[in-house]
Design a protein around this ligand. Structure first.
Ligand code: UN1
Length: 503
């Protein structure tokens, strides 16, 4: 079966109308072979605005549905995702090039956030606050916010939507989703799966969840629409720099999940076998195309020669290949542009004194139009040039260090602040890294890699990563508005701060 046929089989099995992916102007390619798998009609600005109008109507109904009942819809979505896990996981592999295990893992991440959100639907707690006035009570109430616009990236084509949608829905908000133009099919499939849950749910309003297909203009229509209360955007820092101010101008809210330049520090006491595996997954997994991919590694001088040659060997032997027909650990890069950016970064690294291991195209792994590369490990004399930038490809820059406080400073001396790791069995090193003067990232780990976060924690980062938090912990608060309520149940009217105003 060709990939296109396989794709069509899965889409029709999941209930996606063929009119949504045939005869249109947005061409979708599979990185697995480079072949064109679909032509999708795009939504011009007016249609995006109409979708937002439908969502705004849905909001007026959905916000009054009790939160635990809203949770029931997400519980059903979790059930439908469980039933569709194999098919949707394979579609993720077709469209994003992920290995079978990572394609399935991404759908598992969706199921997990559904379970989390169902529980959350009974836990949208507000505080009761001590008041300074007798006969008064003060409290906080969390109310639904409004339409949530989701802009997602190709590398987690469905999980990132689910983090937003599952939370938004239990919080009382409709969702309008613009997926990456590289991965529109998995979005249509996810919407079809949610449609099944909606049908079982029964009386949800029309327009509660919609997908709009297109490129930049489609996203801009969401970003600029004052009816979109929150824009949750995942992608490059360049994209976030445009989205952030445009939403701020109209005083909308944003959650921005942008670039990462994630690093690990390997201390003298590290368990090297475990560290090796953690680095291998963190740096080479998903072909280096996670926001959380490990891109920099600082290794203590005393263990450099015990660890780095073993890592280089792992890079030379890791299996690379077609994620649909093999169990290879590393799949293709998303497209030619990603390959060219990788090669350019490697050239710059070499020019800056780096020694490059790997990084070449793997002949025979796929047709010419597909870009399979051997992940690259680059030994760098110092943190300069391309090391300071995020290149969305499997390149790990490795550097030596001797002093922990100094290397923590270097670790923090990049623009992004998403994820970080320290490998150590020394309590002092670990706690220093996690302390206020340690890692400045939104995620700081000990003895695991930078990627592969669970949904239970708040996900996101600082500085040029954008500052937003999604997924677990109290990230739900970004999807609601807080009202402070003061209730006077006395017969007097004492004013706060003892102010007197007797008339
Ligand atoms: C991303 O790359 O955009 O922590 C998200 C991880 C995944 C999510 C990554 N749970 O690697």
């Amino acid at each position: 079966m060709t990939i296109t046929n396989d794709c069509t089989r899965i889409l029709s099995k999941l209930g996606v109308d063929a009119a949504l992916y045939t005869g249109g102007t947005l061409h979708s390619f599979s990185p697995v072979t480079g072949e064109r798998v679909a032509e999708l009609p795009q939504h011009p600005t007016a249609e995006v605005q109409a979708a937002v109008a439908r969502a705004a109507d849905a909001f007026r109904i959905w916000r009054d549905v009790p939160a635990p009942r809203r949770g029931e819809l997400v519980r059903l979505l979790g059930e439908e995702l469980r039933a569709a896990k194999d098919d949707l996981g394979r579609l993720v592999s077709i469209e994003a090039g992920k290995s079978p295990s990572e394609g399935a893992g991404e759908v598992q991440e969706m199921i997990d956030i559904c379970d989390f959100a169902v529980g959350l639907s009974r836990q949208l707690y507000g505080l009761t606050v001590a008041t300074e006035r007798p006969g008064h009570r003060m409290m906080e109430t969390w109310h639904p916010l409004g339409v949530v616009g989701v802009i997602s990236a190709f590398n987690f084509p469905v999980a990132v939507w689910s983090w937003n949608a599952a939370l938004a829905l239990v919080c009382g908000n409709p969702v309008v989703w613009k997926p990456s133009e590289k991965t529109p099919l998995t979005a249509l499939a996810s919407q079809a799966i949610l449609d099944r849950a909606l049908a079982r749910f029964g009386d949800a309003p029309q327009g509660l969840s919609q997908v709009v297909i297109g490129g930049r203009e489609t996203g801009e229509a969401l970003v600029d629409d004052p009816r979109v209360a929150l824009v949750s955007a995942t992608g490059s820092t360049r994209m976030g720099r445009q989205v952030g101010p445009r939403v701020a101008v109209r005083f909308g809210r944003t959650i921005l999940e942008l670039g990462g330049n994630n690093a690990g520090i390997v201390c003298p006491s590290a368990d090297l076998d475990m560290t090796l595996r953690a680095i291998a997954f963190g740096a080479m997994g998903t072909a280096g195309q996670r926001c959380t991919t490990m891109r920099r590694l600082f290794v203590h001088d005393s263990i450099y020669d015990a660890l780095v040659p073993r890592l280089i060997k792992a890079y030379a032997s890791v299996s690379i290949g077609n994620p649909l027909t093999t169990q290879a650990l590393v799949g293709p890069l998303v497209d030619r542009a990603a390959f060219e950016a990788m090669q350019a970064a490697l050239e710059q690294a070499q020019a800056a004194g780096g020694t490059v291991h790997g990084g070449a195209r793997v002949a025979g792994a796929g047709p010419d139009a597909a870009y399979y590369v051997r992940p690259a490990l680059v030994e760098m004399p110092s943190q300069t040039g391309p090391v300071l930038e995020e290149t969305f490809a499997p390149i790990l820059y490795v550097m030596r260090y001797t002093d922990l406080p100094a290397v923590i400073q270097e670790h923090n001396a990049v623009a992004a602040g998403l994820s970080s790791s320290i490998f150590t069995t020394d309590l002092r090193d670990a706690e220093t890294f996690l302390s206020a003067s340690g890692s400045d990232c939104g995620i700081a780990n000990v003895n695991i890699g930078t990627s592969g976060a669970e949904i239970g924690g708040a996900f996101g980062g600082e500085k040029e990563t954008g500052g937003g938090r999604e997924s677990g912990s109290d990230a739900w608060k970004a999807y609601m508005r807080r009202a402070t309520n003061t209730i006077n149940y006395s017969r007097a009217l004492p004013l706060a701060q003892g102010v007197v105003f007797d008339i």
